[in-house]
Design a protein around this ligand. Structure first.
Ligand code: KG4
Ligand code: ZN
Length: 360
């Protein structure tokens, strides 16, 4: 079964063609464009602008995903036009999957209404997909053997949630952030440091540089508390970290690269420490041997390395998606649809910006 999947929950417009491989999900094409550069200097996403950009890109991105699939899969060089793409969709694609939440209402509507129209016009089954579950499903892309039960950590710009999965469709929400998400904290603190949105990657790079200089320093000059690190639950809180960082910024000279790098180091460390501790705590409590990371912040190699090390101590194995499938992409949406295939009537598909986990 080949699925055309669509993701437009935030500032990425993405379309992919996927099918089941021998072990995991096979990506036949995955095209993503982003309006992040438009939001880069404003420190965060402007929802109205993001939605307008989605409208500009959605059809060209779908066309390119279909033509790329044709080129790669069938070895044919299709005519680069929209009627050829439509023919591929009509004859080679079995179903359509689309993110229906959570996300920004304007952005989500663009993908959902496009998918519904295609489903209606071409009589293709349509599968609405929970964006956060898809971040976890991204781990199944490629040839991997992943065993249940497992703990999933969704760590992105909008969410920080821990889940226990008995199977792909049988899961329990364990806890999540009470205020800002981990990625949101990185982006907001990045803004204080004049780092362009999204700031996570640059904060990681700068933190590395601060580490390199460690030998010159007796100890780190700046350090922040890891919020809720000693609470016995699986909750997180990152808004206080922003306040702490804001105080440090006020007292610091931001013209000093080393100072900025130190604040990046302290920020990243405070986030990683609590996230790793609670994820390992969940794995221990639920006696699982597999941990899956998902979401933009799981592209962070420092987080991955620390979690790997601490999980190893309890005999658990950590997986994270390839970097291109950590941040928002349509391949993971198609992946989730293949793993948990539940098509519904196109007129029943609803956009749910506040979609969360129903069992909490
Ligand atoms: O999953 P995603 O693309 O969008 C949401 O669904 O929210 O995640 C975007 C987030 C941003 O906050 C960005 O700063 C963060 O992922 N991010 C990173 C890294 N790359 C992206 N955070 C830490 N380290 C990275 N290397
Ligand atoms: Zn996401």
């Amino acid at each position: 079964m080949k699925i055309l999947s669509i993701e437009t929950s935030c500032d990425e417009t993405s379309a992919a063609v996927v099918e089941k491989g021998k072990l995991g999900i096979k990506v036949l094409s995955n095209i993503t464009t982003s309006s992040a550069n438009i939001h880069a200097t404003t420190g965060g996403i402007i929802p109205e602008k993001a939605a307008r950009e989605q409208l500009t890109y959605i059809i060209p991105v779908i066309i390119e995903a279909l033509l790329t699939f044709q080129k790669k899969q069938l070895g044919k060089n299709p005519q680069e036009n929209s009627s050829e793409a439509l023919k591929i969709l009509e004859t080679k694609i079995d179903a359509i999957a689309v993110t229906n939440g959570p996300g920004l209402i304007g952005s989500l509507l663009v993908g959902v209404e496009t998918a519904k129209t295609l489903s209606f016009a071409l009589r293709k089954p349509i599968v609405p997909i929970h964006h956060l579950l898809a971040h976890i499903a991204a781990n199944f892309i490629g040839e991997k053997v992943i065993e249940f039960p497992l703990i999933g950590l969704v760590i992105s710009g909008g969410h920080t949630d821990l889940l226990y999965f008995k199977s792909i469709s049988d899961f329990k929400w364990l806890g999540g952030t009470r205020d800002d998400a981990a990625g949101e904290a990185l982006d907001k603190i990045g803004r204080l440091l004049n780092i362009n949105y999204p700031a996570g990657k640059e904060i990681e790079e700068r933190a590395e540089k601060a580490v390199e200089k460690q030998s010159f320093l007796s100890k780190k000059k700046i350090s922040f508390t890891s919020p809720l690190i000693d609470s016995p639950d699986f909750d997180f809180s990152f808004s206080g970290l922003k306040a702490e960082a804001a105080r440090a910024v006020k007292e610091s000279d931001l013209n000093s690269e080393e100072t900025v790098n130190q604040i990046c180091f302290a920020t990243q460390k405070a986030i990683i420490n609590v996230v790793v501790k609670k994820t390992v705590m969940a794995a221990k409590e639920y006696r699982v041997k597999t941990i899956l990371l998902g979401g933009g912040v799981s592209a962070n190699q420092t987080l991955k390395a620390k979690l790997d090390k601490e999980a190893q101590e309890i005999g658990a194995k950590v997986f994270s998606p390839d970097v291109e499938y950590c941040t928002d992409n349509a391949a993971m949406i198609g992946g989730q649809a293949l793993l948990d295939y539940k098509p519904i009537e196109w007129d029943k598909v609803q956009t749910q910006p506040e979609l969360y986990f129903s069992n909490n």
